[in-house]
Design a protein around this ligand. Structure first.
Ligand SMILES: [Zn+2]
Length: 390
């Protein structure tokens, strides 16, 4: 992903402007410590490349008021693809991740990469047409996938719930756009979406509770993937079964977090308790409406998840934890269970200023994150520097 190797490189200057940290040459000079001449020359190149625009005058601090700089987010567009197990959403966004057009519907990921990616391609052409854009204007593509992905190649690696997708080169489906394509697992992508356009320098855990449970790890504002890219796979951490009875997980082990507190477990326990439901979504809706037994089930799942998060808090000491995914839409009861366990079991120093929240828009963070992944990739050091060289 984006690397800033030089504090006053063109991409670093551009990043300061597009994240709102600087809006004039003078501010760039004071932020980077580079000389006025260096900053001005690179800003001129970025203006010539259409990525920065000049407009208006700022406040003077003595002398001539500075000319304001702003990022031209319409210098291009990106495609954002949020692939789920049972649905796909495709959006086209500008270079600030503002959605210009979006479309989505139900799919079955188990149909395999051929049919599913053909459908994604069709939807991508549809959103481009809707936004009045052409394929040539697409600068990059970002794809979130519900399984482990080798980030450097965009190939899924033995994804447990995506039969037929192992080692399939996802970027090849977007060859017509002749631009970089980035694919990553949906949890990392959602984590980026939660960080937003302005980015962040915080340490954050973004926990997705859906059918599975996964955790996006943000270290100083960047996604941390680990040695093999599987960092944050917390769904298969062993926990104590609240009922005392061992539960077998789809991975074959006993008492995995996901087997006890994921969406499937929630539905299983709701059916066992005699609730009138057939899907996890219905359990979540009942809990969100305040139905007593459903609230207690979600709260109990929250406590089980919270027990694992308490250990992660002691180990990682994040600023924030953000809950997302289908089950997170239950809101208050899930948060209550998680907070109870985390604040009860984390060390005081780690938990004192810890903020635990539910995502503002769990349904949007996948698309927003895929767009941000594409934008960061497009505007990183190498591509900006090579654009400058042209
Ligand atoms: Zn497991």
């Amino acid at each position: 992903m984006a690397r800033v190797t030089h504090p006053a490189s063109a991409s670093a200057l551009l990043r300061h402007v597009r994240t709102g940290r600087a809006s004039s040459r003078a501010e760039l000079v004071s932020l980077t410590g580079a000389s006025r001449n260096t900053v001005s020359a690179r800003v001129d190149q970025l203006i010539a490349a259409g990525l920065l625009e000049e407009g208006g005058r700022g406040w003077s601090t003595g002398g001539r008021p500075p000319t304001l700089l702003r990022f031209n987010s319409r210098a291009g567009c990106v495609l954002a693809v949020d692939l789920g197990v049972t649905s796909v959403d495709v959006a086209v966004t500008d270079l600030s991740a503002q959605i210009l057009a979006t479309v989505g519907h139900a799919i079955d990921i188990a149909d395999g990469p051929g049919p599913v990616l053909a459908e994604v391609d069709r939807l991508a052409q549809k959103v481009l047409a809707e936004a009045g854009l052409t394929p040539a204007e697409v600068c990059a593509v970002g794809v979130g996938v519900p399984g482990p992905v080798e980030f450097s190649t965009g190939r899924p690696v033995h994804p447990p719930i995506m039969p037929g997708w192992h080692d399939h080169p996802i970027p090849a489906a977007f060859e017509r756009y002749d631009c970089p394509v980035y694919a990553d697992n949906d949890v990392n992508v959602m984590a980026l979406g939660e960080m937003g356009v302005a980015g962040s320098v915080e340490d954050v855990l973004v926990v997705k509770v859906g059918t599975g449970i996964g955790c996006g790890i943000i270290v100083e504002g960047r996604v941390y993937r680990g040695a093999q890219g599987s960092a944050g796979d917390i769904g298969h951490i062993g926990v104590a079964s609240p009922g005392g009875q061992p539960v077998i997980c789809r991975c074959g082990n006993e008492n995995c977090l996901e087997a006890l507190a994921g969406g499937g477990a929630l539905l299983r326990d709701a059916l066992a308790a005699g609730l009138p439901v057939t899907t996890t979504r219905q359990v979540v809706e009942l809990a969100a409406q305040g139905d007593g037994p459903a609230v207690e089930l979600v709260r109990s799942a929250g406590r089980t998840i919270g027990a694992v998060l308490a250990s992660l808090v002691n180990f990682f000491n994040p600023h924030r934890i953000v809950m997302t995914g289908g089950v997170a839409q239950a809101g208050a009861p899930l948060l209550a269970g998680i907070r109870e366990a985390v604040y009860g079991r984390s060390l005081p120093l780690a938990a004192r200023r810890l903020d635990i929240t539910v995502s503002d828009a769990p349904d949007l963070s996948g698309r927003r994150g895929a767009a941000l992944m594409a934008i960061e990739g497009f505007l990183d050091e190498d591509s900006i520097d090579s654009a400058m060289a042209r």
